[in-house]
Design a protein. Structure first.
Length: 203
């Protein structure tokens, strides 16, 4: 990062093309998409979000917080998962895709929040800049930075909702044994379904 608006447009369009091809044939060749994304061969985390237009209600959001592979490949898998495998929603239909706005968030590698005290952790977080991830045993949860901005959460509310996302007590973030991570994102979103792409600024 940072990526240009041209890069962001290419990623969002590739996400939509991936979903369209999957709707026609789930076994479509990923190489068709990757061929147009050769410049995104570096490793990066990525999330794909689908929202109903114009209400912008969530319809799916799945991704990879860690850079476990090249961005071009993770984008394809995240697009498919967000549209068809998000356990909170039923798979989308071809008709519904025309009513959805796609958003691609490119993540920096999550970095541990080293502070163990509640006050110290709060000092390390900035709303509008940081996304958060929590881990405790087999429990984990993640919230993108845009969520805190959209919900008008303060830092404590952000952390409490992160805990609930991980099925933990809402005050679990205060415990020293809990692992917290933060990351930043660069967000690109369609202005309308299959429309022009813009970069979203959070702060």
């Amino acid at each position: 990062m940072p990526y240009s608006l041209e890069d962001g447009s290419a990623l969002v369009k590739a996400a939509r093309s991936t979903i369209e091809l999957y709707l026609k044939s789930p076994r479509f060749s990923r190489v068709m998409i990757e061929r147009h994304l050769q410049r995104f061969d570096t490793s990066s985390g990525v999330f794909v979000t689908l929202e109903h237009y114009p209400t912008m209600t969530l319809r799916g959001c799945i991704g990879f917080p860690n850079p476990v592979g090249p961005l071009k490949r993770l984008l394809i898998e995240a697009s498919i998962a967000a549209a068809f495998e998000d356990p909170r929603f039923s798979p989308i239909s071809e008709q519904e895709l025309g009513e959805l706005v796609l958003e691609v968030s490119i993540l920096t590698k999550p970095e541990p929040i080293e502070q163990s005290s509640a006050s110290g952790r709060l000092r390390e977080i900035k709303i509008g800049r940081d996304g958060l991830m929590i881990k405790y045993g087999f429990m984990s949860g993640l919230l993108l930075p845009i969520v805190a901005v959209q919900q008008l959460w303060n830092k404590e509310e952000f952390l409490s909702n992160l805990c609930l996302k991980a099925d933990l007590d809402e005050d679990a973030w205060k415990k020293p044994e809990i692992s917290l991570y933060k990351f930043t994102t660069q967000i690109f979103r369609e202005k309308e379904p299959a429309g022009q792409v813009e970069e979203v600024q959070l702060d």
